[in-house]
Design a protein around this ligand. Structure first.
Ligand SMILES: Cc1ncc(CN)c(N)n1
Length: 229
């Protein structure tokens, strides 16, 4: 088995818990509370900004042009394409995208972003990719799972969101990350492999917690977030 096949299997329980989370199920059923959608967008806009910062660190640690090219292409994808699923949520709640930007991250999203930054700063390319991969991979699987289970048609409330993540283009992105990570795993030491596995698992755990954070509209104690800007 390849490294990514092994970690997918080891974390299957977390993938299943994500598919069964009420927010994700709600997307499939076309019923998600408006506050949860707004909370998700506020956090995810900033999360994706941080994700691009991590790509930037990955470029600075790349020695091969193919890696630099891949990471810079992905920044373009987040900036120009991953806004579409956000617009779907905004349209459903009748909010302008601009209105939901610039908010401080709730605790779980803050944790997730700092977890990725930690591996980006402390690890090599394999460790960085291991921390990043659950982001596209869980969403590809969510998209395909919802497509199969609910077979939404274009008039479904969340059709644009589901179609975006079930689309082949997004799958290609996550498969490319898997293939590169498998190559790096072949050359990694035992210690590096351990760290890559830990980074991958914690990102899966934080993916699950991110849905819960949005669904419960998680806030900091006493409601006072400290702005990190
Ligand atoms: C938290 C999270 N994880 C994954 C994705 C999909 N790129 C996202 N937009 N947000």
């Amino acid at each position: 088995m390849t490294f990514t096949e092994i970690v997918r299997k080891e974390n299957n329980e977390l993938f299943e818990a994500i598919f069964n989370h009420p927010f994700v199920e709600g997307i499939g059923k076309g019923e998600v509370p408006e506050q949860a959608l707004a909370h998700y967008i506020k956090a995810d806009y900033e999360y994706l900004n941080a994700f691009m910062h991590v790509y930037g660190v990955a470029i600075s640690k790349s020695t091969e042009r193919r890696d630099m090219g891949y990471f810079s292409e992905q920044v373009g994808f987040v900036l120009n394409s991953e806004t579409h699923p956000h617009h779907n949520f905004c349209d459903v709640i009748g909010a302008g995208y601009d209105e939901l930007q610039g908010y401080p991250l709730p605790p779980t999203a803050d944790h997730y972003v700092k977890h990725m930054m930690y591996h980006a700063q402390m690890g090599g390319l394999g460790e960085i990719l291991a921390a990043l991969l659950p982001c596209p991979w869980t969403y590809v699987e969510i998209g395909n799972h919802l497509m199969k289970k609910y077979q939404p048609t274009p008039n479904h409330t969340f059709y644009p969101w589901i179609e975006f993540y079930a689309n082949e283009d997004f799958d290609t992105l996550s498969m490319a990350m898997c293939e590169r990570l498998d190559e790096l795993a072949e050359e990694a030491s035992e210690v590096e492999l351990r760290r890559m596995k830990d980074a991958f698992r914690k990102s899966c755990q934080l993916e699950l917690n991110f849905w819960e954070m949005a669904y419960t509209c998680e806030e900091w104690p006493t409601g006072e977030a400290v702005s990190s800007k």
